[in-house]
Write a new protein. Structure first.
Length: 437
C-alpha cells in the first residue's frame, strides 16, 4: 500500500508534499498578517481538510488493529503489548512533566508580570471551564465503552474505536479458519482506505494555508509580542526534550533521531500548519509499518498513544500552569509542584478526544489543585495555538518513537528494514557486516 508522499519526480522539490505544505503555510502567514480579515475567512479550508482526515481515522484504526491482532498466533501477546505500552507511556509522561516543570522554574517567564486575577476577563474561557468540570477519571474510563458498536465510529472517539477493534480482532483470532473470508475483506478495505488517504493528502497544502491564515489573522502578532518570553521558553524546552530524551531513546533502539525526523517530515509540516496530530494519524500508521514495525504493534500503539502518550501536552501543561502562578504572584512550594505533577498524571488522560483538550485539562488541573487562579488561563488564550505548534510536534515524534520502542521490546521489529530507512550508522554497519558474512 503506497503512501502518497510525493508527486511525480519530474517536478523535483516542488512535487514534494512537505514543500507544498510549507509553501501553503508561508502564504497563509503572509495573508493573515497583511490582510487579517481575509486570513480569518480562510478558516473553512483548514476545517474541511481536518474533517476529511477525521472521517478516515476510525475505519483505518479498525482495519489495522483487527488485521494485526487477528494475525497474532498467541493472544497473550496482546495483553503483554498493552502492558508494555502503558509502562512506556507513563515513564515518558512523567519525564515530560518533570522537564517542563524544571524548564519553567529555571527560566521564570511569568515573573514580574504582577497580574491581578480579579481584573481578568473570563468570558472567553467559560466553555473550557464548564467542560473541565465534567471531566473525571471515572467518566473518562466509562467513556471508553461506546454506547453502540457503530457510535464508536460516528463519534470519532479514538479510544472507543480501539476498544471495539481489539475485541473484534481477538474474536476473529479465536474462531480460526472461519475468519478467513472476513480477513480478506479487511485486507481489501485497508488498501482502499489508505488509497483514499493518498487522495485526501493532495489537499494538505490548501488545508495548511487555510488553518495558518486563520490563526495569524485571528490572533495577530500582538499576543506574540506580549507573551513572547513564554513562547520562546516553551519552544526551547520542546526542542531540548526532543533532542535529549527522544534522542537517547532512539539511540537505544538503533535509530537516528534526525533520520526519523526526515522520514516523517511531511507529517511534521502538516501538523505544524494545522496544529492537530489527528491530521497525520493514518499516514503515521502506514509509515511506521514501512519502517519495520509489525502491523499489530503499530495498530495498537499509535491510537493508544494519541490518548496516553501526549508528551508535548504534558510539557505544555506544567509550563503554562507554573507560568500562570508566576504571572499572578502565586507562591508554589516544592510540595505544591509535586502535587501538580501528581494531578496532571491523572487529568492529562481525562480529556482525550475533547475539543481544546490541552486547555480543558489545564482548567481541570487548576480547579483540582485550588492553588493557581483558574481565571488566569485567559492570559494564554491568545497564544494557545502558537504554543500548540510545539506541543503537537513533540506529540507526533513521541508516538513515532514509542512505536519503534514497543516493537523492539516485543521482538517485532524488522532490524534490517529499520537499518535501511532510519537506522543510525552503527546499526547500518552491523547489518552490512551480517549481509557480507
Amino acid at each position: 500500500m503506497a503512501v502518497q508522499g510525493k508527486r511525480p519526480g519530474r517536478f523535483g522539490i516542488f512535487g514534494q508534499l512537505w514543500f507544498q505544505v510549507l509553501a501553503g503555510t508561508v502564504i497563509g502567514v503572509l495573508l493573515g498578517w497583511l490582510a487579517p480579515d481575509a486570513g480569518t475567512a480562510m478558516k473553512p479550508l483548514g476545517d474541511a481538510f481536518i474533517k476529511l482526515i477525521r472521517m478516515m481515522i476510525g475505519p483505518i484504526i479498525f482495519v489495522t488493529v483487527v488485521h494485526g491482532i487477528a494475525g497474532m498466533s498467541d493472544m497473550r501477546s496482546v495483553g503483554r503489548l498493552a502492558l508494555k505500552s502503558i509502562i512506556y507511556f507513563e515513564v515518558i509522561t512523567i519525564l515530560a512533566l518533570v522537564v517542563g516543570l524544571i524548564g519553567v522554574d529555571l527560566w521564570q517567564p511569568g515573573v514580574g508580570m504582577n497580574i491581578d486575577p480579579g481584573t481578568i476577563d473570563t468570558a472567553a474561557i467559560q466553555g473550557y471551564v464548564h467542560t473541565a468540570h465534567d471531566q473525571t477519571i471515572v467518566a473518562y474510563m466509562m467513556n471508553i465503552i461506546p454506547n453502540t458498536l457503530v457510535s464508536a465510529f460516528t463519534e470519532a472517539h479514538v479510544l472507543q474505536v480501539l476498544f471495539v477493534s481489539v475485541l473484534f480482532g481477538v474474536a476473529l483470532a479465536a474462531i480460526g479458519e472461519r475468519a478467513a473470508p472476513v480477513m480478506r475483506v479487511i485486507e481489501g478495505t485497508s488498501s482502499a482506505l489508505f488509497k483514499i488517504i493518498g487522495y485526501v493528502m493532495y489537499f494538505a497544502p490548501l488545508g495548511a494555508f487555510g488553518a495558518i491564515a486563520f490563526t495569524v489573522g485571528q490572533f495577530g502578532t500582538g499576543s506574540l509580542m506580549s507573551l513572547g518570553e513564554l513562547i520562546l521558553e516553551f519552544f526551547v524546552v520542546c526542542g531540548l526534550f526532543t533532542a535529549l530524551v527522544f534522542g537517547l531513546v532512539c539511540r537505544w533502539c538503533g535509530v537516528s533521531l534526525w533520520r526519523l525526523l526526515g522520514y516523517i517530515r511531511d507529517e511534521i509540516v502538516v501538523v505544524a500548519a494545522t496544529t492537530s496530530t489527528e491530521t497525520v494519524l493514518p499516514r503515521l500508521i502506514e509509515k511506521m509499518k514501512k519502517v519495520g514495525c509489525e502491523e499489530g504493534v503499530v495498530g495498537f500503539v499509535i491510537p493508544a498513544g494519541y490518548s496516553f502518550n501526549l508528551d508535548g501536552t504534558c510539557l505544555y501543561l506544567t509550563t503554562v500552569a507554573v507560568f500562570l502562578a508566576q504571572a499572578t504572584n502565586t507562591h508554589l512550594t516544592f510540595w505544591h509542584e509535586l502535587g501538580l505533577i501528581a494531578v496532571l498524571l491523572l487529568t492529562s488522560k481525562g480529556a482525550a478526544g475533547v475539543a481544546g483538550a490541552a486547555f480543558v485539562v489545564l482548567a481541570a488541573t487548576l480547579s483540582t489543585t485550588g492553588t493557581i487562579p483558574v481565571a488566569s488561563i485567559a492570559l494564554i488564550l491568545g497564544i494557545h495555538r502558537i504554543l500548540a505548534e510545539g506541543l503537537t510536534f513533540v506529540n507526533l515524534v513521541g508516538n513515532a518513537v514509542a512505536t519503534i520502542v514497543i516493537a523492539k521490546w516485543e521482538g517485532k521489529l524488522d532490524e534490517k528494514l529499520l537499518a535501511e530507512t532510519i537506522g543510525n550508522r552503527g546499526l547500518r554497519r552491523r547489518q552490512l557486516g551480517v549481509q557480507q558474512a
